[in-house]
Design a protein around this ligand. Structure first.
Ligand SMILES: NC(=O)c1ccc[n+]([C@@H]2O[C@H](COP(=O)([O-])OP(=O)(O)OC[C@H]3O[C@@H](n4cnc5c(N)ncnc54)[C@H](O)[C@@H]3O)[C@@H](O)[C@H]2O)c1
Length: 246
């Protein structure tokens, strides 16, 4: 038996990067996967590659969330897993960070996660079962110099995860957060300006002296999505090559 047999999973920001890796792994482990993203062509291609459904969806839209959850239930009858993975990064020192950029980070990284949990929770409560996995960051655990808005948005995810976990525990719904370190995706490539020398310098500053591939986070998300993590809720799961250990 595969690890997600019979489960229906919604994964946001799944057109590429970690979300696409999670969709691929979840599908390989037996889940029916629903991928969402603002990137239409890449999202459709990612869904086709793993036999999933794709919905064009901006996570900051409340109406969009209602549609995604309704369409998923119409297609598959239930929602067992939600991975709130979609996110953006913005690099700027605090004194240079504009209010507009700060608000945009909160709108997508924080409000998007809030809306996802709020919209899917009634379905999971009715089922008396479900697992919500929120993708935060090590920037949701320690300070993130040069990205105060991103850090604020990800610390908020850490906090919301614990509140939602406490509220939903009695309904058999678990909520946990994942805190990746440096992951080799487009987001990190943009941080280093697609410059291999800068990339290597970042990687070598970590205890493991490397970044992770998206699949290394997908395996952690798989564990939290599956019934194997049945006694975990409201917890932070760090996968950062030892960055926060020192
Ligand atoms: N790459 C890293 O080093 C790293 C480290 C820690 C945490 N994270 C987090 O991991 C998650 C996945 O990022 P990634 O590394 O795969 O980067 P990525 O940029 O490759 O993927 C992010 C995805 O989110 C989508 N997205 C952005 N705004 C959206 C919106 N409003 N609605 C729907 N989708 C939207 C993008 O189109 C993209 O497909 C993010 O939440 C990110 O903050 C990344």
């Amino acid at each position: 038996m595969a690890r997600l047999d019979g489960k229906v999973a919604i994964i946001t920001g799944a057109a590429r990067g970690q979300g696409a890796a999670e969709a691929e792994l979840f599908a390989a482990e037996g889940a029916k996967v629903v991928l969402t993203d603002v990137l239409l062509e890449e999202g459709e291609a990612a869904a086709k590659a793993c036999g999933g459904l794709f919905f064009h969806h901006d996570v900051s839209s409340e109406e969009g969330w209602a549609q995604v959850v309704a369409d998923t239930v119409a297609a598959h009858g239930r929602v067992d897993v939600l991975v709130n993975n979609a996110g953006i990064f913005h690099r700027a020192k605090m004194i240079d960070h504009t209010l507009d950029d700060f608000r945009r980070l909160l709108e997508i990284n924080t409000v998007g996660v809030f809306l996802g949990m709020k919209t899917v929770a009634p379905v999971m409560m009715e089922q008396q079962a479900g697992s919500i996995v929120n993708i935060s960051s090590i920037a949701g655990i320690i300070g993130a110099p040069g990205s105060i808005g991103y850090g604020a948005s990800k610390f908020a995810v850490t906090g919301m995860t614990k509140t939602a976990a406490a509220e939903l525990a009695r309904y058999g719904v678990r909520v946990n957060s994942i805190h990746p370190g440096l992951i080799n995706t487009e987001m990190f490539q943009e941080v280093v300006g697609h410059d291999q020398t800068r990339y290597d310098r970042f990687a070598e500053s970590t205890p493991f002296r490397r970044t992770a591939e998206a699949s290394e986070i997908a395996y952690l998300a798989l564990y939290l999505a599956s019934d194997e993590s049945s006694f975990s809720s409201g917890s932070e799961f760090v996968a950062d090559g030892g960055v926060t250990a020192i």
